[in-house]
Design a protein around this ligand. Sequence first.
Ligand SMILES: [Zn+2]
Length: 504
Amino acid sequence: MFSPKTLQICEPISVLSFMRTFLLLLVCLLPTFTTVLAQKKYTQAAENYFNSIRQEEALLTAFCQQMPKGGDLHHHYSGSVYTETYIEYVIERDFWLNTNTMDVHTENPMNDKTWVQFSALRKDGSLGLYKQKMLEKWSVKDYHPADSDLPQDKHFFTAFSYFRIANVLFNESNWETYKSRLQELKHRAKTENVSYIETAFTYIPCPPFTADLKSYNDSLRLNKNNKLVMSRLLDTLYQNFLRRGIKTCAEQHSKQVEKLHQEAQIDDDKFMMRYQNYAVRIIEPVDVFGQIVTSMWSAEASPLIVGVNFVAPEDNELAMQDYELHMLLFNYCKQKFPKVKTSLHAGELALGMVKPEDLTWHINEAVNTAGAVRIGHGADIAHEKNSYALLDKMKKEKIAVEINLSSNEFVLQLKNDKHPLALYRERGVPIVICTDDAGVLRTNLTEQFILLAKRYPKVTYKDMKQYIYNSILFSFIEENEKKQQLLQLLDSQFEEFEKQFAGK
Ligand SMILES: [Zn+2]
């Protein structure tokens, strides 16, 4: 018990000991305090410099190139490998080129003179010219609407079908090709100070589903509003997939991805890559469901496969018709695979592409029905029904939006203040800046930050830094210590980067 006496006795001792502890603390904390102050000064200096150059592109380019950029969370493996790599692949194998269309085949399919082998083009000196023409068809290089048969969005998606011949199936025989392409992506990322990529990797080569299950397509469509029947139908299909051994196939795929990742030596102390599986939205519902379930099984089987995505053009007729059903399929899988995270492309649409009413519900459905924890693009948000409530929900539940400025500009023709970036920012939704398909779009993450800085003057340096940290915080990396490692790396990289502007 305290008494005035004990207090008297203790007082001089406690004051002395307090002073001693205080001095000790001061000595210990002073360097940290000084470092924090110095770092704050460096950050301010970097911000001042950024503000002074943000409208001068060459200066801004050097700034953004050297700035640490954290992760690229909206990234497709096939569209990020640069087109030159695919072209070199078909030339090395001496495939046949259709000199009119720039299609490539392993042999002369028609046995006519428009198909020529690459060795022959090299011999007659025209290979350089045709490589250029291929680049223009196989990517957006030098695209001009007046010279093209296709509108921009169709040109973009058609590019993928041109280089399909070089985007080989994921199996043992193509092991070295995959290794070198992953290393290409890693090397390019590190060159522009990107320390993490989460890529929608590859189609999972497990058996297709439809042949004897076709009748389920109609049943699923007809019963999408009948919860009980839907649940029974999906249970039956799920069990059917299990009986066919697709789970085992999916798990084997994950093991192969792990093996490739190790052998290609992708992770190091300054870089990590993780993978997403994906389903495509432009096929029949049973196939979509099969792909989602396969993707989920595979993701559950490996810490390197961190999530599931949903890809292909959202304005495709089948994709539009079945969108609601697709979200229900994801909803079902969310119950079956609660640990697997989903990032869904949703609202990759613009006025004029579809009927106005179809711009009002895709992001809502992806968030509220499918349970997506990140939204890819989210470009039509301003048109969504109750968009303020939806944005508030995204903020509250920390559902990040993956912004792809170059992609949205080319595919959707959304840029500057037409793009909803400002709306997401104003409502406090977590933002990450990404590339989507840097290879097809002939861009990189640096350019995305240049566009961000030039087009959106309200976005401050502090905001950009937040978006960069978000790219690690909202990543799907499963191992917490790896996430911490990447965050610490960002801290030290920013410290180095910002120090350069002291005294400027
Ligand atoms: Zn995408």
